[in-house]
Design a protein around this ligand. Structure first.
Ligand SMILES: [Zn+2]
Length: 142
């Protein structure tokens, strides 16, 4: 089992290699350098394998992340479509005519605001439609 190589090990190796001058080689210095490099090789190989394994793991995580992002985007689209359908239903129910009369007046079934006056400020139906209190189409505020 090779001990994991540390940044300090790499710094030491780099220092020894850069300190070696081929212009004035000595047997001792050359042997020391070779021993130093040979000693580091197993740890360097292990570090490279670990790096490669981490790269593979990173790609797996990226793939999972992309799938999750895609799934979430699809879910947001589905929920928006569902919300649009619900709002379409609420729009149809937003203003009702007073039964049994010929009155053109329409009312909000939630706040009982009239079509002329619009929704009351705390109307839940207007809030569900994400609207400011308004008047129905074709009617003017008084
Ligand atoms: Zn209302």
């Amino acid at each position: 089992m090779t001990n994991p190589i540390t940044p300090a090990d790499l710094d030491e190796l780099e220092r020894k290699i850069s300190g070696y001058s081929p212009a004035v080689p000595t047997k001792e210095r050359t042997a020391e350098l070779i021993a130093c490099v040979l000693d580091a090789i197993p740890a360097l190989i292990a570090a490279a394998r670990e790096r490669d394994a981490l790269r593979v793991e990173l790609e797996v995580h990226k793939g999972a992340n992309n799938k999750l992002r895609s799934d979430l985007a699809a879910e947001v689209r589905r929920l928006r479509a569902e919300l649009d359908e619900a709002q379409d239903v609420l729009v149809k129910l937003e203003w009702v005519r007073d039964d049994g009369t010929e009155s053109p007046t329409v009312y909000c079934p939630e706040c009982f605001g009239t079509g002329l006056a619009g929704h009351k400020p705390d109307c839940a139906l207007a809030a569900a439609l994400w609207k400011e209190p308004t008047t129905p189409t074709g009617q003017e505020k008084s």
